[in-house]
Design a protein around this ligand. Structure first.
Ligand code: IPE
Ligand code: IPE
Ligand code: MG
Length: 253
């Protein structure tokens, strides 16, 4: 049986989030410049987006550039932005062919003008697609997102439209950049780092975390399948006991 056939298609995560890490190290190990790694990372993005769409995953969030990544050397930031603009421009026909809708979360006002322009066009040109939601986290950080949400909620309270007692999980969630999407059930990080790096801190509350040593430019559909199979073997208890879960599933069967 192939790895793909081992996936239970009835129990797919609705939302997978990926920290695409390790481009720089992948390139250095080959004696190349870090930008060479980012260039090859785009191949992985194509493969994984295609793989997720083929499986029927509803939502895929890819962490492409963090707020903190602006602190990298200027040549790397510039190179990454150029790559971003080129990739978006070139990928629109494929996204449309595969019925994929592009979304962006993050402080896009920090992106160069031409990148913002390309993004707006790509968002508009894929807006009527109804298949996979491809959510690119660009100039994103969870703390940025949460501070913005708190500012918006505070403004509503000040204007008398909302009472502090009425602030619930649902209201906070509605002010996050991801309000249109379910929380990720599976979060993958490549390249052997065991941290979250300011990614979806609130939304990952009950996500299953999957870490692999594979560097992002080497990550392919097969690796995605392995992560999903691993996820499907986990018992997601949400604070309950394992016995309680068994009783509930027996009652429902
Ligand atoms: C991930 O790879 C891509 C971005 C953060 C833009 P890195 O560039 O972080 O690669 P490493 O972690 O230095 O190997
Ligand atoms: C996280 O990777 C951000 C992205 C993958 C876009 P980093 O490489 O920037 O994270 P740290 O610095 O190792 O935590
Ligand atoms: Mg890194």
């Amino acid at each position: 049986m192939s790895v793909r056939q081992q996936i239970n298609t009835q129990r797919l995560p609705r939302h997978i989030a990926i920290i695409m890490d390790g481009n720089g190290r992948w390139a250095k190990e080959k004696g190349e410049d870090r930008l060479f790694g980012h260039l090859h990372g785009v191949e992985s993005v194509r493969d994984i987006v295609e793989g997720a769409a083929e499986l029927g995953i509803g939502n895929l969030t890819l962490y492409a550039f963090s707020t903190e990544n602006w602190e990298r050397p200027e040549y790397e930031v510039t190179g990454l932005m150029e790559l971003l603009v080129d990739t978006i421009r070139n990928e629109i026909p494929t996204l449309n062919k595969n019925n994929i809708r592009l979304h962006v979360i993050g402080d896009t006002s920090m992106l160069p003008e031409d990148a913002q322009q390309q993004l707006q066009e790509a968002l508009a040109e894929t807006a009527s697609n109804t298949g996979l939601n491809l959510i690119m986290a660009l100039s994103y950080s969870s703390r940025w997102e949460m501070v913005k949400a708190v500012q918006q909620i505070a403004a509503e309270v000040k204007a008398g439209r909302l009472s502090p007692d009425a602030i619930t999980h649902e209201i906070l969630h509605a002010h996050l950049a991801t309000h249109n999407f379910p929380d990720p059930e599976l979060m993958i990080r490549t390249s052997g780092e065991f941290r979250i790096s300011n990614f979806l801190l609130y939304q990952l509350a009950y996500a299953e975390l999957y870490f692999t040593d594979t560097r992002w430019p080497d990550f392919r559909k097969e690796n995605l399948y392995e992560a999903i199979i691993d996820y499907q073997q986990r018992e997601r208890r949400f604070g309950k006991t394992g016995d309680q879960l068994k009783t509930t599933s027996e009652e429902n069967s």
